[in-house]
Design a protein around this ligand. Structure first.
Ligand SMILES: *[C@@H]1O[C@H](CO)[C@@H](O)[C@H](O)[C@H]1NC(C)=O
Ligand SMILES: *[C@@H]1O[C@H](CO)[C@@H](O)[C@H](O)[C@H]1NC(C)=O
Ligand SMILES: [Zn+2]
Ligand SMILES: [Zn+2]
Length: 444
């Protein structure tokens, strides 16, 4: 189902918004003022409070992937208050909003919504009220920023030369909410998509990204290596899976050190090793598990194939059998997050106008992964990091730490960046989809 059919009902509403398309475009000086004026707009106390309040409410009630029901409700409430049309549910709890003319170009800006299954250790007024769940990756801030952007864009909707699509996406942490949104088809006619992540490594007021591969493709594996248990004093009557698993792990390390091009970075990590429980018993089986990463689809596929081969063959050397599962706990493979070069340049221009070019940093690729890659795999996309480190506040704990905190001063930056890259995109790029006004009326 295409974006057009889905949003047909909104078009009626949007006809009232759309003004005659002016033929004279903005001067480059006028274009370069948009990001700074949006940042000032985002720093108004009213908008800052809206974002802080939303972020703290979400932080108090963290929800795991595809269970973001209250978060979704909060988002819809805020969009209702702003008078923004949206579609829901998309991918279980997702919300997709729309601001502007209802006509091409279509540019999407995305936030992820889910929390992590871990206990918060930060003592503060808005600590997680749900035992064992915490927003420790900043997705609460991402939702707040996209709501802030929605407010900026809605208040400037008459200046939009096309349509901004707001994507509130569930389940980024492993379950692939982005994949589900792509499969839904609602983004089929999108010309470009932008996404961001807060970063503890970059100073507040700065951003970072790079053209091409930014984040690795990632996969997970779990293997059960089975032998034959027995008395530890008589190994000759057993088939020892612990020794077999140990050899498997050592052999897996050779996939990167001996089979990969040293200039093509890859990772294989065995992070889980479970088996045995007594000093004098050889166990029946061992379970190992871990993750693998690569920066090209080709390298990723090759690594995955070899992981399975090595586990099975090396287990067999030790007379054990092995089964390998590449979707443990319903985890799925994430593609490489690669930034479209033209969109990355656009991001650099816009962020440079807002923050000065010396605050737009070139980054090295990171071995982390993002399910934003499911979008950038099928449409031009650009993902970037927004700094929130402020030396005077001390060091921030890293993502996925129980001590993780968000410097809320970052919220206006994220909101203004979202709104600016989208608004400027509509002013500077033409849609690749040539949907005539005639077709529009036919569909109405
Ligand atoms: C491995 O699988 C084969 C074939 O199913 C079976 O005969 C053998 O007993 C298994 N070995 C172990 C150690 O589980
Ligand atoms: C860093 O923190 C200090 C102290 O709270 C504050 O005065 C300053 O404005 C912050 N810097 C930025 C760029 O937000
Ligand atoms: Zn995370
Ligand atoms: Zn994250």
């Amino acid at each position: 189902m295409g974006f057009w059919k889905t949003f047909t009902s909104f078009l009626i509403l949007n006809l009232f918004w759309s003004k005659p398309i002016s033929s004279n475009s903005l001067s480059s000086a006028e274009l370069s003022e948009i990001p700074t004026s949006f940042l000032n707009y985002a720093k108004q106390p009213e908008l800052v409070n809206l974002m802080i309040d939303a972020r703290r409410r979400i932080h108090e009630n963290p929800e795991l992937g595809f269970e973001e029901f209250e978060t979704s409700k909060l988002i819809r409430n805020e969009l209702d208050k702003m008078g923004i049309a949206y579609k829901h549910p998309i991918a279980v709890t997702g919300v997709v909003g729309m601001i502007g003319t209802g006509k091409p170009p279509f540019v999407a800006i995305r936030a992820d919504m889910d929390a992590l299954a871990m206990q918060e250790s930060v003592e503060w007024d808005h600590k997680s009220k749900v035992p064992g769940k915490m927003h420790a990756c900043g997705h609460d801030a991402h939702v707040a920023m996209l709501l802030g952007a929605a407010k900026i864009l809605q208040d400037h909707r008459h200046e939009l030369k096309g349509t901004v699509v707001l994507v509130f996406q569930p389940a980024e942490e492993g379950a692939g909410g982005a994949k589900k949104i792509v499969e839904d088809g609602i983004l089929d006619d999108i010309d470009a998509i932008f996404g961001l992540h807060v970063s503890i490594h970059l100073p507040i007021g700065s951003v970072g990204s790079r053209p091409g591969a930014l984040l690795a493709g990632s996969g997970f594996f779990e293997a059960v290596i089975s032998g034959k248990g027995g008395h530890a004093a008589t190994p000759q009557h057993t088939i020892d899976p612990i020794v077999a698993a140990s050899n498997v792990i050592v052999s897996l390390q050779h996939l990167v050190s001996r089979e990969a091009d040293p200039l093509d970075s890859r990772v294989v990590t065995v992070a889980k090793f479970q088996g045995g429980g007594a000093f004098n018993v050889i166990s029946d089986s061992v379970t190992i598990g871990g993750t693998f990463r690569a920066f090209s689809t080709e390298s990723f596929k090759q690594l995955k194939k070899r992981i399975e081969e090595v586990i099975k063959a090396q287990a067999a050397v030790q007379r054990c059998n092995a089964t390998v599962d590449f979707s443990p706990d319903n985890k799925i493979d994430f593609p490489v997050t690669a930034n479209n070069k033209v969109l990355h340049k656009h991001f650099e221009n816009v962020a440079g106008d807002m923050l000065r070019t010396d605050n737009v940093k070139d980054m090295q690729p990171l071995m982390g992964s993002e399910d934003f890659s499911f979008y950038s795999e099928v449409m031009p996309g650009c993902f970037f990091f927004v700094g929130m480190q402020n030396e005077t506040h001390g060091k921030l704990a890293s993502g996925h730490s129980p001590y993780y905190t968000v410097n809320e001063d970052v919220l206006p930056y994220g909101a203004a960046l979202h709104a600016s890259v989208a608004t400027r995109y509509l002013l500077e790029f033409k849609s690749k989809f040539r949907i005539s006004d005639r077709k529009l009326h036919d569909e109405l």
